[in-house]
Design a protein around this ligand. Sequence first.
Ligand code: ADP
Length: 321
Amino acid sequence: MTDSAPLVAALAALSEARRVAPPRLSADGVASAILDVTGLESGAREALESAVRAALLAVPGVREVRVVQTAEKAERRLIAVGSGKGGVGKSTLSANLAIALRRLGHRTGLVDADIYGPSQPRLMAAEGERPMAHDKQLLPVMTRWGVPMLSMGQLVAPEKALAWRGPMASGALGQLVDARWEHVDTLVVDLPPGTGDVQLSMIQKHRPAGAVIVSTPQDLALIDAARAIDLFNTAGVPILGLVENMAGYVCPHCGEVSDPFGQGGAEAEAARLGIPFLGRVPLDIAIRRASDAGEPPAAGEDAAAAPFLRIAEKVAEALKH
Ligand code: ADP
């Protein structure tokens, strides 16, 4: 190696000089520089690289310039929301969990990977909005609840997504997860029900920080949920806990809560399976109405938000361990 001081001096005039580590110069005249291009768009990256090349080539004794670009990968944790079967309220829970986590101060985004029924655009009041792409990266749609979102339903007509298998579904999931989430630090992923290709791809390629399993009291009795739990357990993805949805019926007339399927079953089942119990959400017509209207209960100020906020607190706590 020869003295690299002239190289450092040559770069000093560049406005982005701080992004360039002190270059090295080999004895045969090859200068090597490492550029930190974190946060720059592709045009700016190329412009910076050209400027560095030109500046270094102008230094006497430099015959060739080699440049390597590096960028910090944003630290982002994924929370996979799964269920044994459809219709148990997994999408409802995902939307409300994302909003509740945001209310607790987490920079939260929402991915709707449910190819069988992508319902997040409706739940989040963003129906008909199409994400733009930039540099081959999708730009999430900002919802009115402050949670950016991307859905399989925005990529393709629902009936087409249904036919996706293996590589297609896995590729689409990759596009959603690796979109330009910018400062989002927590990504809630609404998975399809069951244990198929999208779940495997999620586990293998995107390594969730943890999984939340949603179940109804009946679903638990049918052990579907246990199968979903087993999948994450086997893959070494921590189970953050079980949510019991539609647990107890809230009478729309008097507000009394009754338990047609008995009480405490899910909590006992969670204990038997050795996973935390995150809480219960009652079967409440108000939840269905609000969801259909694109007004997630977790965003409101009334009692309906409470169960979701409690669940989000427990999820956030579980993520610390
Ligand atoms: P999944 O994602 O598991 O298929 P959804 O979240 O789409 O289930 O919920 C299925 C239906 O049940 C929707 O119409 C939704 O509004 C309704 N629903 C979900 N949770 C509740 C609840 N706790 N009380 C009343 N209706 C609910």
